[in-house]
Write a protein that binds this ligand. Sequence first.
Ligand code: 4AD
Ligand code: MG
Length: 462
Amino acid sequence: MKRSKIATLVATAPVGTEVDVRGWVRTRRGNKYVQFVALNDGSTIDNLQIVFDMARFTDEQLRGVTTGASLHVTGRLVESQGKGQTIEVQADTIKVYGTADPEKYPLQKKGHSLEFLREIAHLRPRTNTFGAILRVRSALAFAVHKFFQEKGFFYLHTPLITSSDCEGAGAMFQVTTLPLGDVPRTDDGAVDYSRDFFGKPTALTVSGQLEGELGATAIGEIYTFGPTFRAENSNTQRHLSEFWMIEPEMAFYDITDNMDLAEEFVKYCIGYVLEHCRKDIDFLAEHFDKGLVERLEFVLHNDFVRLTYTEGVKILEECGHKFEFPVSWGVDLQSEHERYLVEQHFRKPVILTDYPKEIKAFYMKQNPDGRTVRAMDVLFPQIGEVIGGSEREADYDKLMARIEELGIPMKDMWWYLDTRRFGSVPHSGFGLGFERLLLFVTGMTNIRDVIPFPRTPKNCEF
Ligand code: 4AD
Ligand code: MG
């Protein structure tokens, strides 16, 4: 007999047929006449109830059937008489694949805190909560590809090992095969990178954007979707050292086109998850965040507010609220400021544009005022920044002047500058932090809970 997934059985309920199911025991209860096992195979949040008529099974046969054990069961699918499920399986045969010693298996029936589950992140996918999150994560990744592919964007694979620093923040993980205990040095005492694997300093990428621009200025509209790495020592609920980013980059888009795309994209992703992951979302809403569905619907059906950084700062200065970090024109906004604008002032997602050039990266298009650049950040309730992007500086001389001003080594940037030397075009793009969006759609509050294996300062298990 072919194995059936529980998701399929729940959806199609082929009552009266013989089925073959395999999965892990969530709970077992009953008496000497009948035993009930809740089986979960990860295909859905639903468990399948397996009923053992103890006239037909011995205690010995069910001995290994405890929470966490893995089973292979065949039997007849019937309508359930009991509460809590519509179908169940009357077991004919059982095989225990692997037992799970109740004295040692950490995931017992009672609910566990998210903090505890973070300590056993290797087993937490076996919980309802993390099963739901992992399924939503997978669906959301598919939605990302579907959105862009249906729009005619091309998926561009940008390198993970790079010799350039896109964001210029210096928060990069070095990649080297030089022996750390005995680093080769040049005559003047500097590290001799000519002896390193690539013959020069290299690092894990913080963003695929610069290479993305090479793609966009050739095949028009591209997106990247891959891991990015940041060695910033920020231990917050919203920062990871390894996170996934989606970076579309489009030729012939100005900042308004860019904002329109960003808004359409996040709404599409939210709508997709509401439509395709409803059971998981409802489960997460029920257990963690009662307002989740309402908030998702709200974002889906309302326009984002668009205003400039200068207007935003004015609101913050005049609002009378006491912030931990004082705010004035020129400061980099903290998440408390972003959240004030979104949650208290506008009560809607906000796109903030035209930031001071000093707090933004070198590649952004310079405004005629000489002080601001055509940046855009999308700010969400609960989370703050989910997207950062901009129109790019397409003018060779202006870009070059900024690179010199910031002292970025030219020898590393010649290839990027060629996009402005040969057939330069107006273009724009943005980066969406995949886990930040997942925080929003799952209602989780800690970013370590929406990625299977979180990497944060001093934490790199598995
Ligand atoms: O604002 P960021 O740094 O922008 C860039 O990297 C640009 N190159 C993007 C582009 O224009 N193509 O990062 C983009 C987004 C942020 O808005 C945030 O959602 C997410 O990436 N992000 C992080 N997510 C988790 N952990 C971190 N440490 C993150 N840093 C940024
Ligand atoms: Mg940013």
